[in-house]
Design a protein around this ligand. Sequence first.
Ligand SMILES: [Zn+2]
Length: 287
Amino acid sequence: MPELPEVETVKRTLNQLVAGKQIERVTITLPRILQRPAEPEQFADMLVGRTIESVERRGKFLRILFDGLVLVSHLRMEGRYGVYEQGEPVELHTHVRFHFVDGTELRYKDVRQFGTMHLFEPGDEFVLPPLNKLGIEPLDDAFTLQTFKKTLAKRTTRIKPLLLNQEYVVGLGNIYVDEALFSAGIHPERSADSLKTSEWARLFEAVRATLLRAVEAGGSSIKSYVNGQGEMGMFQHELLVYGRKNEPCSKCGRSIEKLVVGGRGTHICTHCQPLSKPRRTVKLSSK
Ligand SMILES: [Zn+2]
């Protein structure tokens, strides 16, 4: 599933490829992708004649800004956008085609068919589902150690499911949560309220650094992720624990293990991410 870095990469690519283009017509062959309005003709009519101003991101959602409308798009498991010349063969699983007046088209392809599209009047998208309950953006300036701790530190939930919950911090999925917890040396089953001040600081830095590094690299290509220009992401070889079961830990050399936490496959080094008390107990500071 695309996480923040992948969606950010799609956003940047689409901005280069479709900003300024005007819609001539829209072809919809799988109406169930459409959530608002759900009626394909109405959905298409609302977009005809509109020009894409820019493409933004909120959490794992794309916000495609038109003059007077916003399209909120979630790629879910396998959704992909690509830009084509009209007349190019239409690949299997292409469900929505935005035909532009300049003779090109933006195609939405989705093998698993879990993706969604909502249309809103500008501004309404933030007060209605699916964006209305989203938490803080981890790459925004507003995301500080203080806000991070304030949002999570008193909760008794295990830290991994908490980081995956989009109502608190957005954009993190299974891959980058595992990576961030490994970097910070924190076991995914620790309850949030058991984390020490120093651990929150390490986790905060790890979340930001992991995401920034992945954005820089163009997102991960773990499954079948491809950005809007058809380029595969390049981050996969840099993943430290995710997908590395039985491989040596980059910090201590012991084997990476895979367990299930909150129903999600989870990669950890049990030596570097101990569940009980930290391996090297340092003298507690006055805090
Ligand atoms: Zn280790």
